[in-house]
Design a protein around this ligand. Structure first.
Ligand SMILES: CSC[C@@H](O)[C@@H](O)C(=O)COP(=O)(O)O
Ligand SMILES: [Zn+2]
Length: 439
């Protein structure tokens, strides 16, 4: 007989015959098969992780069904049906594996047993999986102070009992301890506090997942791991997995609003935003190259004389002239084509400017990337922007991108081969963000 009546209920018989029955043996085999599969997924490597399944018997209510559990500290992918423990519903050992020769350790039931029993008792589970999957570990480390993992608007949430696509999935996180059994009370408290949850994360360790049956536990375990993996990848992309649109991670008052916040913890146990930076080129990135070649360069070339004449007495232009003199002197010594001597200052402003213009035109024609030329061009462009003779251009998606990155705490730096002054005056958008982000 597979079951006996007790108090009007049927419960698993503990006869040797039942312990050797097909349902028990099938469950032993199923458990070893699943563990081999889970090893392939990285859930039970290095002897970590564990699994337990109730012996399904239609004639026995689940709370009275026997429990099959994996042994402790063994190569989980190499377990065979005979290695399993069989326990009564209350956790008494009914069958233990035989010792194996050296180098195997003496058999011992999984250290997770008291935790598994909590899930059976408190949630009437049919199976419990304890995974050491890397994603279940790392997702608890992104914010070491977080007590929950939250995610929404992901199709795989539908694989978690009682959840739809639009629901927010909340998984409690408990703190790890030196020994697995010491997690028991915290796990029970989390199960109590989160009536909807079918899993509890253990920080820096892994996760316990249960379901009505082994299929349900496995399905959910796959969905949980998928969601943790997605969350980590979204985080690496600077995206917030916890919000419906999974947009850039936002910061309020220096803190992110993610349910598991980004960043590191400083000595005051405050989360600091992670340091991330995007360096944007101007030409061809924020701004069409044609703006530089067709507008900026011709403007500088056509306005050298006018600019020098209008600003000749200023310190800035005198500094530009000084740089040009030094450059031209070197060029003359090296026989650079187009270099012409610049008369001394007392030769008169017009003569000096005429020589400067001749040199600058030759430098532009030769497309020389020299500081003396770039500095002067930058000043000419700045004057052009200030007088509204030049108007900056950016691609249409630039303002929104800058806004998003800025809001998510990403530092944006602009770089240009043309000139410092060429880009900070390109548009109000670039100027605003340059000032906000760099000063
Ligand atoms: C790598 S050792 C991991 C164990 O300490 C424990 O966390 C674990 O998950 C497995 O326990 P076990 O007793 O082998 O079932
Ligand atoms: Zn573990």
């Amino acid at each position: 007989m597979a079951a006996v009546a007790l108090n009007g209920l049927k419960m698993a018989a503990t006869s040797q015959a039942y312990l050797e029955s097909t349902p028990v043996n099938d469950t032993r085999k199923l458990l070893s098969d699943l563990c081999r599969h889970f090893y392939g997924l990285g859930w039970v490597s290095g002897t970590g992780g564990s699994i337990t399944i109730k012996v399904h018997d239609e004639s026995i209510p689940k709370p009275q069904q026997l429990i099959v559990m994996s042994p402790s500290g063994v190569q989980k992918e190499r377990m065979v049906p005979e290695d399993m423990y069989v326990l009564s519903p209350s956790g008494c050992f009914l069958s233990s594996p035989s010792p194996k020769p050296y180098p195997n350790k003496p058999p011992k039931c999984s250290d997770c047993a008291p935790l598994f029993l909590k899930a059976y008792l408190m949630r009437n589970a049919g199976a419990v999986i304890h995974s050491h999957g890397m994603e279940s570990c790392i997702v608890t480390m992104i914010d070491p102070l977080s007590k929950e993992f939250r995610i929404t608007h992901m199709e795989m949430i539908k694989g978690i009992q009682g959840h739809g696509y639009y629901d927010e999935l909340v998984v409690p996180i408990i703190e790890n301890t030196a020994y697995e059994r010491e997690l028991t009370d915290a796990l029970a408290e989390a199960i109590e506090a989160y009536p909807k949850t079918t899993a509890v994360l253990v920080r820096n360790h892994g996760i316990y997942i249960w379901g009505d049956s082994w299929i349900h536990a496995k399905t959910q375990a796959e969905c949980y791991h998928y969601l943790f993996d997605a969350a980590i990848k979204l985080y690496q992309l600077g995206l917030d997995w916890s919000t419906p649109d999974h947009g850039p991670i936002k910061k309020y008052g220096g803190k992110t609003n993610m349910s598991v916040k980004a960043g590191t913890v400083n000595s005051n146990h405050e989360t600091e935003p992670s340091r991330r930076c995007i360096v944007l080129d101007i030409e061809g990135t924020t701004t069409p190259i044609s703006f530089v070649t067709d507008v900026l360069f011709p403007f500088a070339r056509n306005n050298v004389s006018r600019h020098l004449a209008a600003t000749y007495e200023t310190d800035e232009t005198q500094d530009d002239i000084k740089l040009l003199r030094t450059q031209v002197q070197n060029d003359l010594e090296q026989g650079i084509v187009g270099a012409v001597p610049i008369p001394p200052d007392d030769a008169g402003k017009e003569e000096v400017i005429a020589a400067l213009v001749a040199n600058v035109e030759a430098m532009i024609k030769a497309d020389r990337k020299i500081t003396a030329l770039k500095q002067l061009q930058g000043h000419i462009w700045r004057t052009g922007f200030q007088n509204n003779e030049l108007e900056g251009v950016v691609f249409e998606d630039v303002p929104e991108a800058l806004q998003k990155w800025h809001a998510s705490g990403i530092k944006v730096t602009l770089a240009s081969y043309v000139s410092f002054y060429s880009f900070i005056f390109l548009t109000d958008v670039l100027l605003t963000f340059y000032v906000v982000l760099n000063f």
